[in-house]
Ligand binder design. Structure first.
Ligand code: SF4
Ligand code: SF4
Length: 90
């Protein structure tokens, strides 16, 4: 399992979750309007969930139906991606 970032992060992107993630698996670029969690690196520790000011982070199996598309968006974001090209901070 992994945690997923959904729509409330869009244009908020304050990186509070990034600061608490013990494995640094939350990424973005300057061009993206939100952060994404790498499902291959997330250890399901739940540390990020309570610190998000807009409640954008959910365990994969409890993502609200209206934001279900964000599950694929998080997975797809990392497909064939060189992690070294991504940022873990603002
Ligand atoms: S659940 Fe833990 S490991 Fe996964 S993104 Fe959140 S803080 Fe990082
Ligand atoms: S804490 Fe929430 S709003 Fe802030 S970057 Fe993380 S997911 Fe986005």
């Amino acid at each position: 399992m992994t945690y997923i970032i959904a729509e409330p992060c869009v244009d908020v992107k304050d990186a509070a979750c990034v600061d608490v993630c013990p494995v640094d698996c939350i990424y973005t670029t300057d061009e993206d309007n939100m952060f994404f969690i790498n499902p291959d690196e997330c250890i399901d520790c739940a540390a990020c969930e309570p610190v998000c000011p807009v409640v954008a982070i959910f365990p994969e199996d409890t993502v609200p139906e209206e934001w279900a598309e964000y599950i694929d968006m998080n997975y797809d974001y990392f497909k064939d991606r060189d992690l070294s090209t991504l940022k873990r901070s603002l």
